[in-house]
Design a protein around this ligand. Structure first.
Ligand code: NAP
Length: 493
């Protein structure tokens, strides 16, 4: 350790979660020689969403070379859009190669996290009763982590296998059986795609149809992968594809105003996709949403319309009366007899780090701070919660954006906030209440005008109906993350 390093404050970090964001934080901390960190992971494996979700057809809708850490490009991606198992293998390999795995404490759920004001440290309680201490907490516990299981009358009486898409039951037989899928978000549609030629009968229970954005999918040949390995600039070229980023920026700019020409263009593309892809007029009308495209998160698919028209598939648009031993009873009396019922019914998107009991300065409970909605200053910090940072936290950009890029940018922001603490000019940092309140008022006003607030139901909306999202463009997000506004923060010794 050189003199300069020795003079810097030694900080102990607790990272909560060993998914994409937690692994990122761990790699970035490991690059420093003044960091002392533990990654607390409640499960026995790393991978976050890619560990929990392993349903047939699981695919990421960010191109694989863009859904990679900027410092760990992967020449071996097999396809333009990689599948879930391949992505989980990527995170496992990167975490191993970057030396993160020995820092992970598996099966170690953090159940409480309390700021000790007198000593300016965070005290963590683990599920096994152990206590631990950290100067800095990095929350990387994911956004869509807690399954939302609807209260369907009679569900427990079903004689077949019924389970949520993120709690896949490997013992369920899917080939040549009768399968029902409730939900037609990204998950439900991908499951339909995968099972449309496996199940004998596949019922897609659709409460609201979704707009489908057509995208290409293709495999990388062995020659292409060899070329990527030899010349990483080829991967950078795909990753930084101007067309891809121009679409991201245009989409992000457009969604800030639901009357924008970009949103009209996206709507027109989705509408044309429906008209041109679905031949049966009855099915076409069943699949036609009555809200603007991208109000619910856009589904990117190269195959859903093709798969849903296969002979085994039936789209049921009636209301569900309840579940019986034999299957799903509709309000009109129809019974769909099933062997397997898959609940692709989404997630409780307002939980974030909860149910961990987080208590900030002066005993303030996170549950109280978030009593109206989960919020954070620029999605990363909160007043009253010093040295507590979130990756992909509340109010981050969501909606068809590359979440790795978002986490990497948020990490840059966190590093900048930590620098004065490492330099011993302060011990803790948090946003001022005034800065946070002003930010949040602006965010709410802008969020109401986004496409997500255009009148549909979607998982972005908080319980007051305000989209819990970053409401400005992607450039505004990048700029904000590049330089925290120092006057908005309180540094305390
Ligand atoms: P979701 O988008 O929230 O969709 C849930 C679906 O379940 C909706 O169709 C909803 O209908 C339906 N539903 C919920 N309760 C119901 C009930 N009681 N009766 C009938 N239908 C019910 O959830 P998701 O598909 O799991 O996707 C969540 C998010 O995960 C995505 O938006 C995306 O961010 C992420 N994801 C991404 C990928 C990817 O390719 N990158 C893949 C999967 C998931 P309503 O619309 O009527 O509420």
């Amino acid at each position: 350790m050189n003199t300069e390093t020795a003079a810097r404050r030694h900080l102990r970090y607790a990272i909560i979660g060993a998914g994409m964001s937690g692994i990122l934080a761990a790699i970035k901390l490991r690059e420093r020689d003044d960091a002392d960190f533990v990654v607390y992971e409640k499960a026995a494996e790393l991978g976050g969403t890619w560990r929990d979700n392993r349903y047939p057809g699981l695919t990421c809708d960010t191109p694989s070379h863009a859904y990679s850490y900027s410092f760990a490009l992967n020449p071996d991606w097999s396809k333009y859009y990689a599948d879930g198992a391949e992505i989980k293998a990527y995170f496992t390999r990167v975490a191993t190669e970057f030396g993160v795995v020995p820092h992970i404490r598996f099966n170690s759920e953090v159940v409480s996290c309390r700021f000790d004001d007198a000593n300016k440290v965070w005290r963590l309680g683990l599920v096994n009763g152990e206590q631990s201490e950290a100067d800095v907490v990095i929350v990387a516990s994911g956004v869509l982590h807690h399954p939302s299981v609807p209260e369907l009358p009679g569900l427990s009486s079903f004689r077949g296998k019924a389970f949520h898409s993120a709690r896949w039951d490997d013992s369920a037989k899917l080939d040549d059986t009768r399968v029902g899928v409730i939900g037609c978000g990204s998950t439900g549609t991908q499951i339909i795609n995968a099972l449309s030629q496996r199940a004998a009968r596949l019922i897609h229970f659709q409460r609201s149809p979704q707009w489908i954005m057509p995208v290409p999918q293709f495999a990388y040949s062995a020659e292409e992968r060899a070329a990527f390995r030899k010349n990483p600039a080829l991967m950078e070229a795909i990753r930084n594809d101007p067309q891809y980023w121009s679409n991201i920026y245009r989409f992000a700019d457009g969604l800030t105003d639901f009357n924008s020409p970009q949103m009209a263009e996206i709507h027109a593309i989705c509408q044309r996709n429906l008209e041109e892809s679905v031949s049966d007029p009855v099915l076409r009308e069943k699949l036609r949403p009555n809200y603007p495209a991208a109000c619910k998160r856009l589904i990117y698919s190269w195959e859903y319309y093709q798969c849903v028209q296969r002979p085994a598939v039936y789209v049921e648009t009636g209301g569900i009366q309840g579940i019986e031993a034999e299957g799903v009873r509709m309000k009109d009396g129809t019974l769909h007899s099933l062997d397997v019922l898959i609940l692709a019914t989404g997630f409780k998107a307002d939980q974030f780090v909860r149910p961990t009991l987080v208590t900030g300065r002066n005993g303030i409970a996170l549950d109280d701070f978030w009593s109206v909605r989960p919020t954070a200053h620029y999605a990363v910090t909160m007043p009253g919660f010093p040295n507590f940072f979130m990756l992909n936290g509340p109010g981050s950009p969501v909606g068809n954006f590359p979440l790795i890029d978002i986490a990497e940018r948020q990490w840059v922001y966190i590093e900048k906030l930590l620098e004065p603490i490492r330099q011993r000019s302060a011990r803790v940092v948090e946003p001022t209440p005034a800065a946070y309140q002003s930010y949040e008022a602006r965010r709410i006003a802008a969020a109401r005008k986004t496409i997500f607030g255009a009148g549909c139901t979607n998982w972005y909306l908080d319980k007051t109906g305000v989209p819990a999202t970053w409401p400005w463009g992607y450039q505004a997000f990048s700029d904000a993350m590049a330089a925290p506004v120092s006057g908005e923060f309180e540094f305390t010794s």
